[in-house]
Design a protein around this ligand. Structure first.
Ligand SMILES: Cc1ncc(C[n+]2csc(CCOP(=O)(O)OP(=O)(O)O)c2C)c(N)n1
Ligand SMILES: [Mg+2]
Length: 320
């Protein structure tokens, strides 16, 4: 696959730094009681999110679970309105009624943002069925955690995708744990891609999910496969640097293990690659870092200054 050029690499870098800084601020706002509910950070997994979104073609779709801030920002949702959603404000992307786990933007074919583990897999199959039925060349990339692969929806959705020949990339973000349970304690077959054989679908690769370029290339190939031949199951091997959600005491892993992974920080890796490839790119990277700090400050200001939903907002869009 052709190597991405400097502008593309800088754009990926910008997005990854934006996600990291956005979530660092979210953690602070959570501690201050300004963000309520659950907050699951994507920190450490940015290469996977940005690698995937950068591989989508114009009309492709992406759907994910509750660890969704990175995808929202990578598809280009405005950080101001995403931050307002985090704070439950009226100007938020779901009018302040969804919060952290329910970011979505139909205009960008980003279908959310779901809190029920595995609950979005049948929706991904449905979106793909629409494309297949209308003979549209659209692929759905359905991201899920390793934990979601042990839920009944996984079986139903992968089986349907096989018999209906649906254009889906089933993409497991394998970060080693489902809450505090390690993959090999939860899965009889911890090499999750091997389950493809049970459904008669293509067994895709297990890729280094900390390497943005590797994710981009592998997902581009998987999309090409899904578009021509139907479903494929692949894994991006990644790691979350923070706890499962805020307040996780993290008794299931050692500090040494976390330190080993943070040494291979995906943002640092992409930074190093760009500097190796392009002499003098350090100044571009620094400019991007400064610009992101400004973007986040503006997003927080916008969100804090925004009004909370009204009573009428509260009782609208409610199915009863
Ligand atoms: C159906 C269902 N069961 C249990 C939960 C509680 N729960 C929330 S997150 C989670 C772990 C999922 O882990 P994984 O799919 O690996 O995603 P990760 O958090 O690692 O991104 C569980 C069990 C839930 N939200 N939904
Ligand atoms: Mg997991």
């Amino acid at each position: 696959m052709a190597a991405p050029g400097k502008e593309t690499l800088l754009e990926w870098y910008r997005t990854m730094v934006l996600i990291r800084r956005f979530e660092e601020r979210c953690a602070e706002l959570y501690q201050q009681g300004k963000i309520g509910g659950f907050l699951h950070l994507y920190i450490g997994q940015e290469a996977t999110g940005v690698g995937i979104v950068s591989a989508l073609r114009k009309n492709d779709h992406v759907i994910t679970a509750y660890r969704d801030h990175g995808i929202a920002l990578a598809v280009g949702m405005d950080p101001k309105h995403v931050m307002a959603e985090m704070l439950g404000k009226r100007t938020g992307t779901s009018g302040g009624k969804g919060g952290s786990m329910h970011l979505a933007d139909r205009s960008r074919n980003f279908w959310g943002g779901y809190g029920i583990v595995g609950g979005h897999l049948p929706l991904a199959a449905g979106i793909a069925l629409k494309a297949r039925y209308l003979e549209q060349d659209e692929v759905v990339v359905c991201m899920m955690g390793d934990g979601a692969t042990n839920i009944g929806y996984f079986h139903e959705s992968l089986n349907l995708s096989a018999i209906w020949d649906l254009p889906v990339v089933w993409l497991v973000e394998n970060n080693g744990y489902g809450m505090g349970t390690a993959v090999d304690r939860a899965s009889g077959q911890p090499e999750i891609v091997k389950r493809a054989i049970g459904y008669g679908i293509k067994e895709g690769p297990r890729i280094d999910g900390m390497d943005t370029l590797a994710v981009h290339d592998a997902v581009s190939e998987a999309i090409a496969h899904a578009s021509k031949h139907g479903p494929i199951l692949m894994e991006s091997l990644t790691y979350r640097f923070e706890g499962h959600s805020m307040g996780d005491p993290e008794r299931y892993r050692t500090k040494d293990e976390v330190a080993r992974y943070t040494e291979g920080d995906p943002i640092g890796r992409l930074r190093g690659y760009i500097i190796d490839q392009y002499k003098g790119a350090a100044k571009n990277l620094e400019a991007i870092e400064q610009e992101v700090v400004k973007t986040i400050a503006e997003a927080v200001e916008f969100a804090e200054d925004s009004p909370v939903p009204t009573y009428d907002d509260l009782v609208s869009h409610v199915y009863a």
